[in-house]
Design a protein around this ligand. Structure first.
Ligand code: OFO
Length: 174
């Protein structure tokens, strides 16, 4: 059975993951408002991935006899001064999420909680990818600068991102 300390920490992590989804959905709306539908599509897929992250913690708490508690979500920002600033913020946000995963890893080691460790392993790898993907787009936008043509090309490239519905095993711990 999951400890009260780990349950509370994971319930808080569900909130962070849902706030990530909320933030990226708000960014999708922002990009649509600029006519950058490719960047919006990228953020819509990101939103779906964040929902999967939240559900991994949800199922983990449930499967270990704990009680999921949904905490209030903060309202996300709705405007950014440029696409570059939005992606820079997404990158910063992912660094924040990595720090939260590291906090959970610390608790899992202290307890020790082996099942949580297995789950968190997946998140450690995922966060490397999450930071890399947001920072890659931010860097591309930095290189593009004021080039309208460059922005259109990047927008087209990002429009190809798709969401793959995870299999049962992918949505649980492994
Ligand atoms: Fe973006 O990784 Fe979850 O929050």
């Amino acid at each position: 059975m999951i400890s009260k300390k780990m349950q509370d920490a994971m319930n808080e992590q569900i909130k962070y993951e849902l706030e990530s989804a909320y933030l990226y959905l708000s960014m999708a709306a922002y990009f649509h408002s600029l006519g950058l539908d490719g960047m919006a599509q990228w953020m819509r897929v990101q939103t779906q991935e964040e929902m999967v992250h939240a559900m991994k913690f949800f199922d983990h708490i449930k499967d270990r006899g704990g009680r999921v508690e949904l905490l209030p979500l903060a309202q996300p920002k709705r405007e950014w001064s440029s696409p570059l600033v939005a992606f820079q913020e997404a990158y910063k946000h992912e660094q924040f999420i990595t720090s939260k995963i590291n906090d959970l890893v610390k608790i899992a080691k202290e307890e020790p909680d082996n099942p949580a460790n297995v789950l968190l392993h997946w998140f450690i790898t995922e966060q490397v990818e999450e930071e890399a993907s947001t920072s890659r787009v931010a860097q591309a936008l930095e290189r593009i600068g004021d080039s309208g043509q460059g922005l259109i090309m990047l927008d087209r490239e990002l429009s190809t991102r798709t969401f793959t519905i995870p299999t049962k095993t992918e949505t649980s711990q492994s």
